[in-house]
Design a protein around this ligand. Structure first.
Ligand code: HEC
Length: 691
């Protein structure tokens, strides 16, 4: 396939995963196996040093070292078993279905050597045969970090239990925008820490969840606002340290961002102290490119107890060309098989990944040795199968019970994350816009599934309501926020949220009632005054609305919406001079806020009182409003035309109002624009009727 993106490959993410320095092993294992018994020193040590030492060295990411004869001898039977079954070195993707960095399997011959060693009594042999013992970098694999963060106090993992998943939220002390080129996770107790999902949260949501739990971290779900930064994977599994990103691909770390670590731990039978730390590596330059992250998968998973072959599938058609960089399947205990496939527009198929024997314990990010291009029109697809029967030895529930989608490890998931680079930022936008509704629809299904399991969790209702509002389904949002109000009737915020959803749903009387209840609980709730004012305005009650807007402003003079709203009411009453002042105040606080920009421009262009008009300023603001709406909005163009006409530039006014009409506005607006255009043709400006 042609490499469309020569430049992209230069900026590609793939480069060697950091490994220890391994000396080449002298002699081939087979050749050595022929004379005399197989020995540790001559035959087995080279294999272990080369394939196992990267994790099984002192203070490595595996729970014990295997670098010395006594250590290996003690576990000889186990070593023979886990190499034969290919459980170790851990690697789940099938060879031949995608070539990934860091894949270093044992050959059949090497496995045979280990078997023979055990059969021969696991002898040491002549210590002089030992190859040089590999050296492993103690400490940070990527070098000295620019910033290291740890828990304020270590977490104490209880002795018992099968698996513990805990979310730690770490403040990142940066006071200016930083560009992150690398992140290294150190588990702080490799015996019990098995893997970590790492995200960032630019909102206080994760921190608030952590604050509610007195111990370090909290047990529960990742907040919806905990995300991968700018399309970069941040997970950790033993032995995996993602290399530093190329300069142009750093991700932005803004002040106030928290790091969110979901750490998966296995209790050891003794109380254990866990103290993960994170090293961050900064670059000097802002990113030139941002990868896209596509998540395929279903959040409507619902598997009956005992069901053996439960399958889910999901697909997505690429709207642009992409270059695929890396892939990460994610599922829990009952998943058995994962297939990732791409079907190109010419009908040929390409494997992205194939895992025949899914194992929850190995949540790798698989980075392609050679990133590859998939053209626009390619269908990306995932297929998962799950076994929720008692025959599945990994099924944590015996006897099996019904399983729904959810983030707890007792629940199930089935995701495939795909990291891709696009040709340019325009394609990135196109791709992200196509991905968004699909992802939101699945997220909604996921929340509904979790809520079905536990309808008493306010956070879930609030989160899913936001998603519903995001896609314009205000009625469903209102239903969930009503549930929140029922769960916590003493919360002013709950009434406020419900009122807001009711407003979007057009149920104005009920909205007024909810805002009033919020204000009864918290009379100084400025946002509730503002929103209540809005609904009253919609109900044709500007007098009362104005009182609430003014009260909102009194409580918080920096509320731009309230300034704008006061301005709007005043304008409708003909008090244009004070209205203009309020619009300007709003713009001081929110300079690019389109309604304020457009309203001020309109007022300056068309005020009946000539003393208030200022054609030059009107053009400046109207240009700004048109640019902010990418010249795609009929109203903004209508304002701009009026501003040109006010300045006597009638030809331009006619042309711009023509452009406005081409945006196909609704009939009322279209008729008004046509009337105004007629005036401009006669070289007359438009003046709003005086009240
Ligand atoms: C990528 C890191 C990594 C590599 C490479 C690796 N291991 Fe492991 N190994 C681990 C981890 C982590 C565990 C603990 C497993 C767990 O907790 O699920 C483990 C566990 C084991 C166990 C104990 C299994 C059990 O059931 O108790 C043995 C034995 C073992 N490894 C041998 C090997 C051998 C032999 C090799 C090389 C052929 C190897 N490992 C390569 C990370 C690694």
């Amino acid at each position: 396939m042609p490499r469309l993106f020569g430049r992209l490959l230069v900026f590609g993410l793939a480069s060697a995963v950091v490994t220890g320095q391994v000396e080449a092993a002298p002699g081939g294992p087979l050749e050595a196996a022929r004379d005399g018994p197989v020995t540790f020193a001559r035959d087995v040590a080279p294999i272990i040093f080369d394939h196992c030492g990267i994790c099984h060295h002192p203070n490595g990411s595996a729970p014990f070292s295997l670098l010395t004869f006594p250590a290996a001898r003690q576990r000889a039977t186990l070593i023979a078993a886990v190499t034969k079954s290919r459980l170790m070195p851990p690697w789940k993707s099938e060879p031949g279905y995608g070539e990934f960095i860091g894949h270093h399997p044992l050959s059949d011959a090497e496995i045979e050597v280990v078997q023979q060693w055990l059969a021969d009594g696991a002898p040491e042999g002549d210590p002089r045969d030992l190859p040089a013992r590999p050296q492993w970098t103690e400490g940070w694999q990527l070098g000295r970090p620019d910033l290291v963060v740890t828990l304020p106090q270590p977490y104490v993992l209880p002795a018992d239990g099968t698996d513990v998943s805990r979310v730690f939220v770490l403040a990142l002390p940066v006071d200016t925008m930083r560009y992150v080129r690398g992140l290294e996770f150190r588990p702080g107790n490799q015996k019990v820490v098995h893997h970590a999902n790492i995200r960032i949260d630019r909102t206080p949501a994760s921190r608030q969840l952590d604050d509610q739990d007195p111990a370090p971290g909290y047990e529960g779900l990742l907040s919806h606002s905990a995300v991968y930064p700018d399309g970069h994977f941040l997970g950790w599994t033993p032995g995996q340290v993602a290399p530093l990103l190329p300069k142009g691909l750093a991700w932005r770390l803004a002040p106030g961002t928290d790091l969110v670590l979901e750490v998966h731990m296995k209790p050891s039978g003794r109380t254990e102290v866990v103290e993960p730390s994170i090293g961050l590596y900064f670059g000097d330059e802002p990113p030139e490119r941002t990868p896209a992250m596509l998540r395929l998968g279903r959040q409507s998973i619902d598997i009956a107890a005992g069901q053996k072959d439960y399958a889910i599938g999901d697909s997505f058609v690429l709207p642009v060309d992409v270059e695929v960089q890396a892939i990460q399947p994610h599922a829990h205990y009952r998943a058995r098989e994962v297939k990732g496939l791409a079907t190109l527009p010419d009908g040929t198929t390409k494997w992205l990944i194939y895992i025949k024997d899914w194992d929850f314990r190995w949540q790798h990010v698989y980075r392609y040795v050679t990133p590859f291009v998939l053209p626009k029109g390619t269908t990306l697809e995932v297929q998962y199968t799950f076994d929720n029967s008692a025959d599945n030895p990994r099924n944590p529930q015996q006897p099996p019970t019904r399983v729904l989608w959810g983030q707890w490890s007792k629940d199930e998931m089935g995701d495939l994350w795909i990291q891709m680079l696009t040709r340019d930022d325009r394609d990135l936008r196109t791709l992200n816009e196509a991905v968004r509704p699909k992802v939101i629809a699945e997220d909604i299904a996921g929340y509904e599934s979790m809520i079905r399991q536990d309808p008493s969790r306010i956070q879930l209702h609030d989160d899913v309501a936001l998603l519903y509002l995001d896609v314009g389904r205000a009625g469903e949002a209102a239903a969930h926020l009503e549930a929140s109000v029922r769960l916590k009737p003493e919360s002013a915020a709950a009434h406020f949220n419900f009122g807001t959803a009711l407003t979007f749903a057009g149920r104005l009387d009920e909205a007024i009632d909810q805002y009033q209840q919020a204000l009864k609980i918290r009379p100084d709730y400025g946002l509730a005054h503002n929103n209540l004012g809005n609904v009253l305005l919609g109900r044709g009650n500007p007098g009362e609305a104005l009182e609430h807007f003014r009260e909102a402003l009194r409580l918080d003079p920096s509320n731009a919406e309230a300034h704008y709203n006061v301005g709007s009411v005043l304008r409708s009453r003909g008090d244009l001079s004070e209205a203009a002042g309020q619009f300007r105040e709003a713009l001081q606080l929110k300079p690019d806020w389109i309604p304020a920009v457009a309203s001020l421009a309109w007022l300056l262009a068309t005020a009946p009182d000539a003393a208030l008009r200022d054609a030059n300023q009107a053009i400046r603001f109207a240009e700004q409003a048109a640019d902010l709406t990418r010249r795609q909005d009929a109203s903004a163009l209508d304002v701009l035309a009026a501003a040109y006409a006010a300045a006597g530039q009638f030809d331009r006014a006619v042309a711009v109002s023509q452009a406005a009409l081409e945006m196909k506005p609704d009939a009322t607006l279209a008729a008004a624009i046509r009337r105004r255009q007629e005036l401009y043709r006669q070289h007359k400006a438009y003046v709003s009727p005086a009240l």
